[in-house]
Design a protein around this ligand. Structure first.
Ligand code: HEM
Length: 206
């Protein structure tokens, strides 16, 4: 390190996301995209609502193929999710970066965002809206896996299936969490593209 670099570390060298966060994040992104694409194809075989998803944006070609994709990606999602959540608690990252979430701060940050006054200077700190969205999508991840298990093995996990209101209702629950994750992704990806240095930090860590 040069003498002039000692007093103030340049922003580009500040470590923001450790390696395990970046690896888990991108593995999760891949797994989620495969789960959504194949899930849409499975849905098309027996739609819950008055619409189906265009085949071009689904994965698996037909019901059997989509189920194979869905169950393969499920293992990736669950194993990677368990690693991320365990390390998130053990290293204290969740406590430091995602909590606490105060409603007054969320309202303040929403107001600031709507008036283009929300600062994105300090990438090492999540604002209250980010904390709420990230915590929310992690909880959606837990419930989409649990509701998925309840419709995959309704006999073996009958208590879980019952807690989700029975097989038929659990399908609606599973679909609703998918829709919430897709809504999160639309906002999340748009913001990542609007603030490219945040995307760079999630790739390089700095
Ligand atoms: C596929 C495209 C995706 C892109 C381009 C993307 C981009 C990013 C970026 C740039 C950050 C850092 C935000 C910041 O520092 O301000 C981030 C963090 C995060 N993303 Fe994504 N993401 C994607 C997919 C996903 C998916 C599928 C999920 C979950 C369903 C997700 C959940 C999260 C969470 C929870 C964090 C916070 C991680 C932590 O700090 O521990 N992302 N993402």
């Amino acid at each position: 390190m040069t003498a002039e670099a000692i007093p103030t570390r340049r922003a580009s060298t500040v470590s923001i996301h450790p390696g395990w966060v970046r690896v888990c994040h991108w593995v999760n992104a891949l797994a989620i995209l495969m789960m959504i694409g194949s899930g849409w194809q499975v849905y098309n075989a027996s739609p819950l609502f008055n619409f189906t998803f265009p085949r071009a944006i689904t994965l698996g070609e037909w019901l059997g193929g989509a189920l194979l994709w869905h169950f393969a990606a499920m293992w990736l999602l669950v194993v990677n999710g368990l690693v991320y959540v365990t390390l998130g608690f053990v290293t204290g990252r969740f406590r430091r970066k995602l909590l606490p979430i105060y409603p007054s701060e969320v309202l303040g940050d929403v107001k600031a965002a709507l008036t283009f006054k929300l600062s994105h200077e300090d990438l090492s700190h999540y604002n209250a809206v980010q904390k709420l969205l990230y915590t929310g999508v992690l909880l959606c991840g837990v419930f989409i896996v649990l509701s998925g298990l309840s419709i995959w093995k309704p006999v073996q996990f009958h208590v879980l299936t019952m807690l989700f209101g029975g097989y038929d209702f659990a399908r609606y629950v599973h679909f609703t969490f998918m829709a919430a994750i897709v809504a999160f992704l639309v906002v999340h990806i748009a913001l990542a593209l609007l603030v490219p240095k945040s995307l760079r930090a999630m790739i390089t860590g700095r």
